[in-house]
Design a protein around this ligand. Structure first.
Ligand SMILES: [Zn+2]
Length: 236
């Protein structure tokens, strides 16, 4: 599995928090496209990938045990697929490649392989064109010869770079990870919805979100409705 971005230094993004210093709670945060891409990308993360990133012991619930069972089960119990050996099938269950070419866990580059960077290979018939298979030496449906000519599919990097949301606006992120463009609800409407009545204890803080915080956000978002407070105010 190739990871061309592995050597690249992971980006760090600023997140502006509006903090209620009295209640020690994040009221809401303001973020740009990159961080919103990161938050949204968590939806596409397979459970096996989440366990790999968080570590079995730190994964909430029993999913860690499920992951451990796969690890403990000898490769000989797994069946092979047309494109993978039993031990590769086992590895894919433990650490599945990310399914979406646009999923990079944002620019945060959480240390996890992505399928977008893996070359996909298909086999074609040498005799007639128009047929391809993911299975090596499958029979061509037209001339019945074995399809053995290898074609490599490359995911366009332009698509990969786009992420999920538009860059034009700033986004508001509440403590329970409700995310919307700041323009949709004005700051005032948002404060009303969050029942903020006392403005005196409100302070602005800017925190940096990098890989370490990204993994923390992933873990805490699985069990908490006050994610931003838990991640960024826990050291206070
Ligand atoms: Zn053919």
């Amino acid at each position: 599995m190739v990871q061309p971005r592995g050597s690249r230094v992971s980006a760090v993004f600023p997140l502006r928090l509006l903090v209620d210093e009295k209640k020690k709670k994040v009221v809401f945060a303001e973020a740009g496209k990159d961080l919103v891409d990161f938050f949204f990308s968590l939806m596409l993360l397979p459970l096996g990938a989440a366990v790999s990133l968080l570590g079995r012991e730190s994964t909430p619930g029993s999913v860690g045990k499920l992951h451990e069972s796969i690890s403990n089960l000898d490769s000989s119990y797994f069946s092979k697929s047309p494109s993978a050996s039993p031990s590769e099938v086992k590895d894919e269950l433990k650490s599945p490649t990310l399914p979406c070419p646009r999923l990079r866990l944002g620019d945060l580059h959480l240390p996890y392989p992505r399928s977008s960077v893996r070359l996909l290979e298909v086999r074609m018939c040498d005799n007639c064109y128009g047929f391809a298979s993911e299975v090596y030496d499958a029979k061509c449906p037209s001339c019945r010869r074995e399809m053995t000519r290898t074609l490599k599919l490359v995911q366009p990097s332009a698509v990969e770079e786009k992420g999920f949301v538009k860059e034009l606006v700033a986004y508001a992120i509440t403590d329970d990870l409700s995310i919307a463009p700041l323009s949709t609800f004005s700051t005032l409407a948002l404060m009303k919805r969050l029942k903020v009545t006392d403005l005196a204890p409100l302070q602005e803080r800017t925190v940096m979100v990098g890989v370490e915080q990204g993994i923390k956000i992933l873990g805490i978002s699985l069990r908490s409705k006050t994610v931003l407070s838990d991640v960024f105010l826990s050291e206070d």
